[in-house]
Design a protein around this ligand. Structure first.
Ligand SMILES: NC(=O)c1ccc[n+]([C@@H]2O[C@H](COP(=O)([O-])OP(=O)(O)OC[C@H]3O[C@@H](n4cnc5c(N)ncnc54)[C@H](OP(=O)(O)O)[C@@H]3O)[C@@H](O)[C@H]2O)c1
Length: 339
């Protein structure tokens, strides 16, 4: 299989490239060669998807059996890449996201749920991370790919992705925090079901579907009700060998004090519907999401082995500062004592 990966060197792309190389595929990646790493044996075509000349050069370097855009998030740029390779590959795969669903996290979602209105030709100008723009932009990217490849396109929409190489910094923050020990603030209830998906399972499913010549849309998430927030933190304690004491604090009390869901306390969402993504369609095609405990262990192993993620602007947004955590814990205790 001749696979061209657009991006391919940070997190999801790196996992995809590693898996494809293990399968003996002929893998080419297209990126600027500025950040991240390219696995040995993988052909790197250096180029910037913002530059028409680089895309013209790319189109001359095919053919490929399939192109997989892991990284694109600006519709007009995703369109330009897809257009550039349209004559060099019969099929196209786009790595999308749960955020394309208009009603997520307020309602459960499956593949038929309504999407944001996207504009396939939009370029907002800014390249900075904007959580409010992200979903509509990715929806626009899907439309751009659909317009160029019609029914020859496959779309993967994962829930939050964790695992070795994660640069957003969600699970690494939790692992470091619990390793540091002491009293650790956590958002109750510990029994909350969560659905992160392991990056290696995203890669395995995507490549498996490429092997099957599959097209269409597939959600990827852990089975609802299997993994819990408390289980994730317990796994963090187990793998780090930490004697930290987890203090479960009412989540509405935290929300009332302006603690930011998802970022200040990573992977925390108060809405139970945030964790009601259906991935049954993918499961029927053989998708298996390993238990979160294994993702936690592999991520810690990677960190302990000196693994460093690519530096990303989103990293700084994650985690409570030690001072704020101590202040919140002390206010929580005072409130409890007064009861
Ligand atoms: N993280 C999550 O929880 C989550 C959840 C659901 C979906 N997703 C989706 O998963 C994907 C995550 O991808 P990733 O960041 O891990 O992908 P990746 O393909 O591993 O890394 C991003 C790549 O883009 C390249 N790149 C950046 N700017 C470029 C440019 N102007 N021209 C050419 N190449 C450029 C980077 O290399 P250079 O800098 O060297 O160019 C790098 O290779 C995204 O599509 C995201 O929407 C993520």
């Amino acid at each position: 299989m001749r696979l061209l990966v657009v991006g391919g060197s940070w997190f999801v792309g790196r996992a995809v490239v590693a898996d494809a190389a293990r399968r003996g595929w002929e893998v080419t990646v297209f990126n600027r060669g500025l950040s991240g790493t390219t696995a040995p044996g993988v052909r790197l075509i250096r180029g910037d998807w913002e530059r028409p000349k680089d895309l013209k050069d790319l189109s001359a370097q095919g053919p490929w059996d399939v192109v997989l855009d892991v990284a694109g998030a600006v519709p007009a740029l995703v369109r330009n890449v897809a257009r550039a390779v349209a004559d060099s590959a019969p099929r196209y795969v786009y790595m999308s996201t749960i955020s394309v669903y208009r009603h997520w996290p307020h309602k459960p979602v499956d593949e038929s749920s309504p999407l944001w209105d996207g504009d396939p030709d939009l370029d907002p100008g800014s390249r900075s991370w904007d959580p409010d723009a992200y979903g509509p932009l990715k929806a626009g990217c899907e439309l751009a790919v659909r317009r160029e490849f019609a029914d020859r396109a496959l779309f993967i929409r994962p829930h939050v992705i964790l695992g070795p190489g994660e640069y957003v910094g969600r699970l690494p923050w939790w692992l470091r925090r619990i390793r540091r020990g002491g009293h650790v603030l956590a958002p109750a209830p510990a029994s909350r079901s969560i659905q992160p998906v392991d990056v290696r399972d995203v890669a395995r499913f995507t490549l498996g579907m490429i092997e099957k010549n599959a097209v269409g849309v597939y959600n990827l998430a852990a089975p609802p009700g299997r993994d819990t927030y408390g289980g994730m933190l317990q796994a963090c304690q187990d793998v780090t060998g930490s004697a930290a004491k987890i203090i479960w604090v009412d989540e509405w009390w935290l929300a009332g004090r302006g603690v930011s869901e998802w970022t200040e306390i990573p992977i925390w969402r108060t809405l139970p519907t945030a964790w009601q993504m259906s991935a049954y369609k993918a499961q029927a095609e053989g998708f298996v999401c390993r238990p979160l405990r294994e993702t936690v262990a592999a991520t810690w192993e990677w960190m302990e082995a000196g693994g460093t993620a690519v530096r990303h602007e989103r990293l700084a947004q994650h985690g409570l500062s030690p001072e704020r955590e101590a202040r919140l814990l002390s206010e929580w205790r005072v409130g409890r004592t007064a009861l």
